[in-house]
Design a protein. Structure first.
Length: 178
C-alpha cells in the first residue's frame, strides 16, 4: 500500500511551485493549513466521505465551509484534489507544502518536547546547535510532556533526537529482552 505522504507529494509540489511563481507562499500555506483543519472536523469528514456526493460537490462544500479564506487558485487546486479522490490527503499536503516552504526559505522548524519547562537560554543553545547542524535558520517551539519523566525529545523534520528518560528506559528494556 502506498503511504499517504507519497500520494500527497505531487499535490504539495504542484501547489508549492504555483505559489512560489505567484509569490504567494504565505497565503497558500495558510489556506492549505485551514483546509486541512476544516477537513478534520467530523461533520466535514462525513460530507467529504459521502459516496453520494460528486467530486465537484465535495470541493464546493469544502470551499463553502472555508468561505472567503480561499481565493480562486486555491479553490481550483482543491477541486483537482477532489476530482482525483485525494481530499483525504489535505493534512499531508499541507505538511509537505510547509516543508517545501521552509526549505525555500532556508529554515527548519524544531520542536522541543520536554518533561519540564525549558528556559529561554537552553532553547537558544538548542536553536544555535540545530542551526549549525542544518546550516539553516531555526524556528523553535517548546512544549511539555510529563510522561517523558525527564530529558527531552527534539524533532527537526525527519530527524528525532530522543534524550528522554522514557526513551532511554525503552531502549534499555529492548536490550535486556531477548
Amino acid at each position: 500500500m502506498v503511504e499517504p505522504r507519497t500520494l500527497a507529494r505531487p499535490y504539495a509540489r504542484a501547489a508549492f511551485e504555483y505559489a512560489r511563481q505567484a509569490a504567494d507562499l504565505d497565503k497558500w500555506s495558510a489556506a492549505l493549513n485551514l483546509a486541512a483543519a476544516a477537513s478534520s472536523e467530523p461533520s466535514v469528514q462525513a460530507v467529504l466521505g459521502d459516496p453520494g456526493k460528486t467530486a465537484q460537490q465535495r470541493a464546493q462544500i469544502l470551499a463553502e465551509v472555508l468561505g472567503d479564506a480561499l481565493d480562486g487558485p486555491v479553490r481550483g487546486f482543491l477541486a483537482i484534489m477532489a476530482d482525483n479522490g485525494r481530499l483525504a490527503l489535505l493534512h499531508e499536503t499541507a505538511a509537505l507544502f510547509a516543508e517545501f516552504k521552509a526549505a525555500q526559505e532556508a529554515s527548519v522548524n524544531v520542536e522541543v518536547i520536554s518533561a519540564f519547562d525549558v528556559d529561554e537560554a537552553a532553547l537558544n543553545q538548542i536553536s544555535e546547535a540545530m542551526s549549525r547542524r542544518f546550516e539553516r535558520t531555526v524556528s523553535i517551539t517548546s512544549e511539555t510532556d510529563p510522561n517523558l519523566v525527564g530529558g527531552a525529545v527534539i524533532r527537526a523534520g525527519d530527524m528525532v533526537i530522543d534524550g528522554s528518560v522514557r526513551g532511554r528506559l525503552n531502549k534499555l528494556a529492548g536490550t535486556l529482552t531477548p
